[in-house]
Structures are given as structure tokens and as C-alpha cells.
Design a protein around this ligand. Structure first.
Ligand code: UD1
Ligand code: UDP
Length: 373
């Protein structure tokens, strides 16, 4: 029996690893699969675990208020020591570019397990953008034994770093596995948050959905973003901005200080995954700095303005769904206005594309592990 340990810690990793956990569980005659959460996030992680019905076998429960990168990294490495020594996995699976990803891959390497990197090979080649994610992903890529690249562009980035082609598999992004599984049920399920949104949403208005959290945008970047949203709301009474605010205090503080009490802006708590998918579907336009949302939006045909200067996800920009606007107030306001008044521009950006996958990424990952053990 092959022993798998799947490790994750934040909301996006959980969303993108949940389909893999559930897919591995259907092969329980071949694989003993356990889940370890670092709980780098707590409430936002638990929302995902609840929806996908995943009960972790190990929970390090590490999140601290306003945590810093130094102690988080060392806590993860130390916390994983006993889990790895107790379970002795053959394979450890990590996802993406968070501090959990990087620290877990170091711990797994120390333990002698083979490291499988899901969502491998995305690059900006700028170590400060996204910070610290670009270096987290590169470090994990140096350590990994197997690289599951979501697209051919990410595969090429890995080949350019002299990683052997037999160690790389292009799979599509597991986020599309999660999205396709969820999107078909969100209109049918009983969900209190969707009921709440139905009450809050003014159906005569166009919904602009906003999310944001990037560390490099903390401070002046978030102030600019909020000033832009305020101007959009005041200039365009025909829109309603709905903003599920990330729980990071460096985000919550400026957002609530600048955007509370504007009649067509609703600030709400982070939504569970099905409610967020439902809201994406209802939206006219999305403004975000999120990686995962950039990947989901093309499959839903929703235009996205990305609050970043660089992206390691060029495919959606090339497909025409995404425009990078950075944190420049004038640019955010003008690109939003263009999407509100120029119907052709809006229609062009709303075309359906699937650059990030077809919903079978997990199946491909499992087949690869079965063939390569
Ligand atoms: C983290 C990841 C980032 C990822 C993002 C997804 C790192 C360094 N950052 O950023 O790559 O894109 O998650 O959302 O790995 N908090 C809560 N409850 C929660 C979650 C967060 O209260 O459920 C608050 C806590 O005060 C916590 C703070 O947010 O200390 C920051 O969390 P952290 O994971 O360090 O950074 P994020 O900005 O969430
Ligand atoms: N998401 C969610 N609830 C929210 C906001 C986002 O479930 O209130 C989902 C979203 O669909 C995407 C993921 O969370 O799959 C993105 O997470 P986040 O933006 O925190 O991180 P990133 O993708 O930037 O690493």
C-alpha cells in the first residue's frame, strides 16, 4: 500500500486540493491517503473543509492573528516533523505557492518522502511580485520530485530550469475540477449565504464582485484600490459592488475605514466556496488580485480586472478575459468605466475560455503516480 500525505493550509490550497483528496479516496485499495492541514488559515480553511466534507487526519492549528512569515515558516517546519515521523509517507503532495507549500516541501524533503508539486511551474521571475509567493513556488520547484503543471506555459518554465521532462506532467489546474463540480450544484443546494445574498443584491444593478489580499498591495496599494472602488460606486449608481473582505487585518482595516457606509457597496465576510461560485456567476465584472479567481473567471465568461502589475497566469490575459490594472486608481476607474459603457468591449472580454483545464486534472495526477511508483 502506498502512503500519501496531502498537506495544505490556506483557503485556495484547500479548494484546489479537495478534489485530489476525494479522488485518491476512491483508490483506497492502492493508496492510504491522509490529510494534514497546517491551518495557516483557520476560518477560511474550515469553510472549504466543511463544503468538501474533508476531516483532516492531522491539524497543526497554527494560525495566529496577524502572523509573520518568519514564525509561520518555522512553526510549519517544526509542526510537520512529528506528523512525518509518525505516518512516514512515501509521497507528500503540496500545492501552489504559499508559505505552507514551501515549508511543507522542505519538511517532506528532510523526511525522505517524494515531493509532488501540484500547480507547478507558474513564474513571474520577479521575486518581489507576488511576494513571497514567487520564491515559495520556485523553492518548492527545486525540491519537488514530480511537477504537475497546469498549462504548457508552466511546463515550459520548468523545462527552461532544466527539470527533466519525465518529471513533469501537464494536467490542467485542479481548481477547474473543483469549479466544475461546484458550479452544477450551486443553483440547487440549500445555502444560507446564497439566501442572504439574494436579499442583499439589488437585481436592477450590475454586480461588481471584488476580492483582494496580496501582501505587496498592503498599505498604499489597498488605499488606492479602495479609493478607486469608492469613485466607481459614486460615479455609477447603476452598479452594486459586493466585496467579501479577506480576514487579514492589513486588508480589513483600510477596506472598512474607506468603504463603509457607501450605499451601493456591500462589505461582507468571506463566503463559502459554493456561495462565492454562485456570486461569480451572478456578477457582471470581477475586480481582484486573486490567483484562483483569475483561473475560474474565464470558465465562467466573466471579465476580470486584476489588481496587480505582473501575473504568473498569462493564459487568461492572452485569452482576453483578464486585464492587469495594478493598484493605480485612475486605471482601475477607467477600465471599469470602459466595461460598463462599451458593450462590444464587454462582450469580447466575456467570451468563454478554458485555458486552465477541463476538470480531469486529479485523474491525470493519480494515473501518473500509479505508473511512476
Ligand atoms: C495567504 C498566503 C497567500 C495566499 C492567501 C490566500 C502566504 C505568505 N500567504 O495570505 O499566498 O494567496 O493566503 O488567501 O502564504 N486570517 C484570519 N482567518 C483566516 C485567514 C486569515 O483571521 O481564516 C488573518 C489572520 O490574522 C492571519 C492573517 O489573516 O494571521 C494573515 O494570514 P496569512 O496566511 O499569513 O496571509 P494571507 O494574506 O491570508
Ligand atoms: N473564494 C471563496 N470565498 C471568497 C472569496 C474567494 O471561496 O469569499 C475562493 C475563490 O473562488 C478561489 C479562491 O477562494 O477559488 C481564491 O482564494 P484567494 O483569493 O484567497 O487566494 P489566491 O487564489 O489569490 O491564492
Amino acid at each position: 500500500m502506498i502512503k500519501n500525505l496531502i498537506i495544505f493550509g490556506t483557503r485556495p490550497e484547500a479548494i484546489k486540493m479537495a478534489p485530489l483528496v476525494n479522488a485518491f479516496r476512491t483508490y483506497s485499495d492502492e493508496f492510504e491517503t491522509r490529510v494534514c492541514v497546517t491551518a495557516q488559515h483557520r476560518e477560511m480553511l474550515d469553510q472549504v473543509l466543511d463544503f468538501f466534507a474533508i476531516k483532516p487526519d492531522f491539524d497543526l492549528d497554527l494560525m495566529k492573528p496577524n502572523q509573520n512569515l518568519y514564525s509561520l515558516t518555522s512553526d510549519i517546519i517544526l509542526g510537520l516533523k512529528s506528523v512525518l515521523e509518525e505516518f512516514k509517507p512515501d509521497y507528500v503532495y503540496v500545492h501552489g505557492d504559499t508559505t505552507t507549500t514551501m515549508a511543507a516541501s522542505i519538511s517532506a524533503f528532510y523526511s525522505g518522502a517524494k515531493v509532488c508539486h501540484i500547480e507547478a511551474g507558474l513564474r513571474t521571475h520577479n521575486k518581489y511580485s507576488p511576494f513571497p509567493e514567487e520564491m515559495n513556488r520556485q523553492v518548492t520547484g527545486r525540491i519537488a520530485d514530480f511537477h504537475f503543471a497546469p498549462t504548457t506555459a508552466s511546463q515550459h518554465n520548468l523545462l527552461a530550469e532544466n527539470i527533466s521532462s519525465e518529471k513533469i506532467l501537464v494536467t490542467g489546474n485542479t481548481v477547474i475540477d473543483a469549479l466544475l463540480e461546484s458550479v452544477v450544484i450551486v443553483d440547487k443546494i440549500e445555502n444560507e449565504e446564497i439566501d442572504f445574498l439574494l436579499k442583499v443584491i439589488d437585481s436592477s444593478k450590475k454586480i461588481i464582485l471584488v476580492t483582494g489580499h496580496r501582501r505587496e498591495n498592503h498599505g498604499q496599494g489597498f488605499i488606492n484600490i479602495c479609493e478607486a472602488l469608492k469613485e466607481i460606486a459614486l460615479q455609477h449608481p447603476e452598479v452594486q459592488i459586493i466585496y467579501p473582505v479577506h480576514l487579514n487585518p492589513n486588508v480589513k482595516k483600510p477596506v472598512y475605514e474607506i468603504l463603509s457606509n457607501i450605499s451601493n457597496i456591500q462589505l461582507i465576510d468571506p463566503l463559502s466556496y459554493p456561495a462565492f461560485v454562485w456570486l461569480m456567476k451572478e456578477s457582471y465584472l470581477i475586480i481582484t488580485d486573486s490567483g484562483g479567481v483569475q483561473e475560474e473567471a474565464p470558465s465562467l465568461g466573466k471579465p476580470v480586472l486584476v489588481l496587480r502589475d505582473t501575473t504568473e497566469r498569462p493564459e487568461a490575459v492572452e485569452a482576453g478575459t483578464v486585464i492587469l490594472v495594478g493598484t493605480n486608481k485612475e486605471k482601475i476607474v477607467s477600465e471599469t468605466k470602459k466595461l460598463l459603457i462599451n458593450f462590444k468591449h464587454y462582450t469580447d472580454m466575456s467570451a468563454l475560455h478554458n485555458p486552465y483545464g477541463d476538470g480531469s486534472a486529479c485523474k491525470r495526477i493519480i494515473e501518473f503516480i500509479r505508473e511512476n511508483q
